[in-house]
Ligand binder design. Structure first.
Ligand SMILES: N[C@@H](CCC(=O)N[C@@H](CS)C(=O)NCC(=O)O)C(=O)O
Length: 202
């Protein structure tokens, strides 16, 4: 399998952390890929029409894309149980959706600041994205700590990758303020070997 990869993409990091945690790293060839909305990677054309990473090319089926689909596939491939059966499964999937929502808002902020010409940037719109992130972090801090402290699952990996991306690109906005329980959890989680090996600045 070939993974279209960018070291700073938090969605790619979700997949990489899963590969580390489930012992599948050797099964995947990493394909360095740089793609942005205004400069789409040609190597992705014909594989993922959305020209986004991650994408997972397989020998025996169509290329998979969207980190959630790839993670569910790789989890099922070795029956790792990161999406457990039963009621907890829906919690895990909701937690992953919440984490990906943080990422979607944070990436829009990054693109606004980096890709849009300065005179065309709209601060109120960027701030509105941050408000979504603040609400999501507060919800994690208030309602999800018991889940985050349980057995490893894909929801936790996604949340950790989202918080790592906030540190990478939006550190000045200080997501930890008022979210001390979440910050303490993240400080433990980010010392897992899978997180250290996939740090964007590694
Ligand atoms: N929902 C997608 C989002 C993937 C995504 O937005 N990846 C970014 C890199 S962090 C990308 O490839 N952007 C290029 C573009 O938007 O054209 C996922 O979970 O995989």
């Amino acid at each position: 399998m070939k993974l279209f990869h960018s070291p700073t993409s938090p969605y790619v990091r979700k997949v990489m952390v899963l590969l580390h945690e489930t012992g599948q790293l050797a099964d995947v060839e990493i394909v360095p890929t740089h793609s942005t909305p205004i400069s789409p990677a040609e190597s992705l054309l014909g594989k993922n029409p959305l020209t986004k990473v991650p994408a997972l090319e397989r020998a025996d089926g169509p290329t998979l894309f969207d980190s959630r689909v790839i993670c569910a596939f790789l989890d099922a491939r070795v029956q790792a149980g990161l999406y457990p059966e039963g009621a907890r499964r829906w919690e895990v999937m909701t937690l992953e959706a919440l984490a990906d929502g943080i990422l979607d808002a944070a990436l829009l902020m990054t693109y606004e600041g980096r890709l849009r010409p300065e005179g065309m940037q709209w601060d109120s719109w960027t701030d509105a994205q941050w408000i979504k992130i603040e609400r999501a972090c507060a919800a994690l801090n208030q309602r999800w700590m018991a889940h985050l402290s349980g057995a490893l699952d894909m929801g936790q990996i996604a949340v950790a990758c989202a918080l790592g991306y906030l540190d990478l690109r939006h550190d000045a906005r200080s997501w930890r303020t008022g979210n001390e329980a979440l910050a303490a959890w993240y400080s433990g989680f980010e010392s897992r070997p899978s997180m250290i090996a996939t740090r964007p600045d590694a």
